[in-house]
Write a protein of this length. Structure first.
Length: 201
């Protein structure tokens, strides 16, 4: 069974993580979440994982160079024999040692149709504000392979949602988040079943 490591954000709420765990619990996903790693002990996503009986690890960034942080993170992932790393709300650029060692085995979910509304600083509500300000009629989410640039690696899959003229930023965010949960689970299911073989290209 494919072993998945999930990296969550410092203050990540963990809804994508929960979508994965719920799909596994419901028997619609055959992988196993081996570990959830965050950088801040109190992150809701880590607490949710612990409640679900998943091993959690905190790898902080304070007092560590990027290289040191990368080495500790790499060891934490390698020790759990992880086949696939999923970034779910993880905001930082991953240290090079990770993207090199796990090339094609790390995916990220981003709340826009990349390359639109992506890149450094484009996260969370900012993405949806930019979408509304641009006046576009559709947005969506993207699962992409992670390399050493923000929101840059090969697109694995996207899901579109409409944007209505009367939509608030919250309306857009909620619609996209629903699409994220189903897209991320669908992609991981395809990886688990071998339909999308690892490493992804
Ligand atoms: C999601 O919008 C995801 O696309 C982005 O960070 C957010 C994480 O949300 N990378 P959650 O913690 O999974 O609820």
């Amino acid at each position: 069974m494919l072993r998945i490591g999930v990296l969550v954000g410092a203050k990540g709420r963990g809804s994508n993580l929960m979508a994965i765990l719920n799909a596994i619990g419901a028997g619609s996903l055959s992988g196993q979440v081996a570990v959830v790693i965050g950088s801040f002990k109190g992150a809701p996503a880590l607490e949710a994982a612990a409640l679900a009986g998943i091993e959690t690890v905190v790898v902080g960034t304070a007092n560590r160079t990027d290289d040191e942080y990368g080495d500790v993170l790499l060891r934490a992932i390698a020790k759990r024999d992880v086949d696939l790393v999923v970034l779910a709300g993880y905001m930082r650029r991953l240290p090079d040692v990770l993207t090199t060692s796990y090339a094609g085995r790390i995916i990220n979910i981003h709340p826009s149709l990349l390359p639109a509304f992506g890149g450094h600083g484009m996260y969370g509500r900012k993405v949806h504000e930019a979408v509304r300000d641009a006046g576009v009629s559709e947005t969506g989410c993207t699962v992409h392979v992670v390399d050493n640039e923000y929101d840059h690696g090969a697109v694995v899959a996207q899901r579109r949602v409409h944007v209505l003229p009367e939509d608030s930023v919250d309306d857009i965010a909620a619609r996209v988040l629903g699409a994220e949960h189903s897209l991320l689970v669908d992609v991981i299911r395809d990886i688990c079943s071998g339909l999308r073989p690892l490493p992804l290209t």
